[in-house]
Design a protein around this ligand. Structure first.
Ligand code: SF4
Length: 67
C-alpha cells in the first residue's frame, strides 16, 4: 500500500476534508489525520478532500518506493 497523508502548514481549519472523509480527517485546532485510518479503503474520499481543500495543504503520497 504505502500511502501517506501529510497536512502541510497553512490549514485554515475550514472543515471540508472532515466533511468529505470523516473516517480519515479530524479538524480541531488543526487538521489531523486519524492514525488508524484505512487509507486504501477511503481513497476516493481522500482524493476528493485533496481537491476540495481551499489552500491545497493536503498531500497524498505513495511512499512505496521509500527504502
Ligand atoms: S480542507 Fe484543507 S484547510 Fe480545510 S480543514 Fe482540511 S486541510 Fe485544513
Amino acid at each position: 500500500m504505502g500511502k501517506t497523508i501529510t497536512i502541510k502548514p497553512g490549514c485554515i481549519t475550514c472543515g471540508a476534508c472532515e466533511f468529505i472523509a470523516p473516517q480519515v480527517f479530524q479538524v480541531t485546532d488543526i487538521c489531523h489525520v486519524m492514525p488508524d485510518a484505512a487509507l486504501a479503503e477511503h481513497e476516493p474520499a481522500i482524493v476528493a478532500a485533496v481537491q476540495a481543500c481551499p489552500v491545497n495543504v493536503i498531500q497524498y503520497d505513495d511512499d512505496s518506493q521509500v527504502l
